[in-house]
Ligand binder design. Structure first.
Ligand code: ADP
Length: 475
């Protein structure tokens, strides 16, 4: 059993005796010492859990000497003032200067309940102090790790003030920037930039003063005082960016150049099909239908390519709103249902009851579901497709959506690569000719922009499961 040690610091013999009599009992030890610094040190040596501080030790106008008490080694103990009933000012001053409570002397009432209550407060405070120390230690460790990075890292307050930067960030922006506004120091702006002002997701790209491009990820952290801070770490993507810009320009130009002749093909195919170029034989009509279908696929491919270009270059804005997952599914389900029916695949949809809403771009998330379910239908010959939405196991703050099929599956060696741009499993190219290997790369980028994760599980010949998780709307 834990023994609680109570120290009375004061020179009032009658009070000391009264306390000693009242506080004798199982689980309690009592000591008295003088009301000066030496007395405090003795109480610390005794291992006191609580200090009863006699107000007569001090001039009437002062409170309790908390600083001195702490210095003597009584670093966290609750202090209860012992004072006379008429000393109302003393009670107020004691509480104001850090006492947990007060009891009256001479001791008439049983002081134990109030002392136990003060002990309890002291213990709670100790637990809070301990948790705060852990937070401080963890924060220090994180800063220690970030300090050695060759890429910039910084912490800002919700008021956009720089609280900390690592050496790499100081090399870009100069030392001594603590306290300055981040938009001013990073980007020479007078107003917060959209990253902060619009609370743009946890990822963004920007070019810094050194002319280099960085991909930033950020996290909200709490300091030991409970204040929210934003920690951001950048990765230098300058070489990727340069190659990326060449790709983007190339794709943008080629896509644009392809659209014009394709429009002409469509136009003339229609003219021929309408018989404006003369009567068509059955065979001729069949051939032109093939041209029309191929041109339609090419059309889709170009539109996808343009979309992919926009998304992968980060040049897209999400139209965020609070939504139920069911509303998102309703956008795509009718289309999926008919595609599945055409192939004789059973489709099941299951949304957990009472599922929290999400804060998301309806069209973009619907695009992801359509892509995942579209793939499932494409790569399944028979069996079923299941779409499920629910809480992420062990993390109620996230919503998980799963698309599972009983299709051909993805070989183990390809599972990590199918999210790469233009990647298609070699065997599947024979199996289905349609597809450019863009869908999953686009989907992953869309989910990332929502602060989420998209991943896959699969067994060749058995089927696949694609899951994405996004944060639930917290209101
Ligand atoms: P595509 O337009 O080719 O479908 P994606 O990026 O959507 O492009 O998919 C990339 C590749 O991943 C596909 O070509 C296919 O090889 C594989 N894949 C995706 N989904 C599935 C699935 N449900 N079952 C089997 N293979 C799949």
């Amino acid at each position: 059993m834990k023994v609680y040690r109570i120290a009375y610091l004061g020179d009032d013999g009658e009070t000391a005796l009264g306390l000693e009599t009242a506080l004798k009992g199982d689980g309690l030890r009592f000591m008295r010492a003088s009301g000066d610094y030496q007395g405090m040190e003795k109480a610390a040596e005794f291992g006191a859990d609580i200090v009863l501080w006699d107000r007569d030790n001090m001039p009437p106008e002062s409170g309790i000497p908390l600083e001195q008490i702490r210095k003597s080694g009584l670093t966290r103990q609750a202090v209860v003032a012992v004072l006379r009933p008429e000393d109302v000012q003393g009670a107020i001053k004691s509480l104001a200067s850090g006492a947990s409570d007060f009891i009256y002397k001479p001791i008439r009432e049983d002081p134990l309940p109030r002392i136990i209550a003060a002990l309890n407060t002291g213990q709670k405070q100790r637990r809070i102090d301990w948790c705060n120390r852990i937070i401080e230690d963890t924060n220090d460790q994180v800063k220690g790790i970030l300090a050695t990075l060759t890429d910039p890292a910084y912490i800002v307050s919700p008021e956009y003030q720089i609280l900390w930067m690592n050496r790499a960030a100081e090399e870009i922006f100069g030392e001594g920037q603590r306290g300055g506004a981040c938009h001013h120091i990073f980007y020479d702006r007078t107003e917060p930039c959209e990253v902060c002002a619009r609370n743009k997701g946890p990822r963004w790209r920007s070019t810094l003063k050194n002319g280099k491009s960085y991909r930033f990820i950020s996290a909200v952290v709490r300091n030991s005082k409970g204040e929210v801070e934003k920690l951001a770490v950048g990765t230098d993507i300058t070489p990727d960016r340069e190659v990326g810009t060449i790709h983007e320009t190339f794709i943008a130009n080629v896509s644009h150049d392809l659209r014009t002749p394709l429009a002409a093909i469509d136009q003339y195919v229609n003219i021929l099909l309408e018989g404006l170029g003369g009567e068509l034989t059955g065979d001729q009509r069949k051939y032109i239908e093939v041209i029309r279908r191929s041109s339609f696929r090419l059309h889709n491919l170009i539109e996808n390519l343009i979309d992919a270009n926009k998304i992968l270059s980060g040049d897209f804005k999400l139209k965020m709103e609070v939504l139920d997952v069911q509303e998102i599914l309703d956008v795509v389900l009718p289309r999926l249902q008919s595609q599945a029916e055409d192939k004789g695949i059973t489709m099941q949809v299951q949304v957990t009851e009472g599922l929290q809403p999400v804060y998301a771009d309806k069209t973009r998330i619907a695009q992801v579901v359509a892509n995942l379910a579209g793939n499932s239908i494409k790569f399944t010959e028979e069996g079923m497709l299941q779409i499920r939405a629910g809480f992420m196991p062990r993390d109620e703050g996230r919503i998980i959506v799963s698309v599972e099929d009983t299709g051909i599956g993805v070989p183990k060696e390809d599972l990590g690569k199918i999210f790469d741009l233009f990647y298609r499993v070699e065997k599947d190219k024979v199996y289905v000719e349609e597809g450019a290997g863009l869908g999953l790369a686009i989907s992953r980028e869309i989910i990332r922009a929502h602060g989420g994760t998209l991943w896959a599980e699969s067994m060749e010949g058995m089927g696949s499961a694609f899951h994405f998780s996004i944060p639930a709307y917290k209101g």
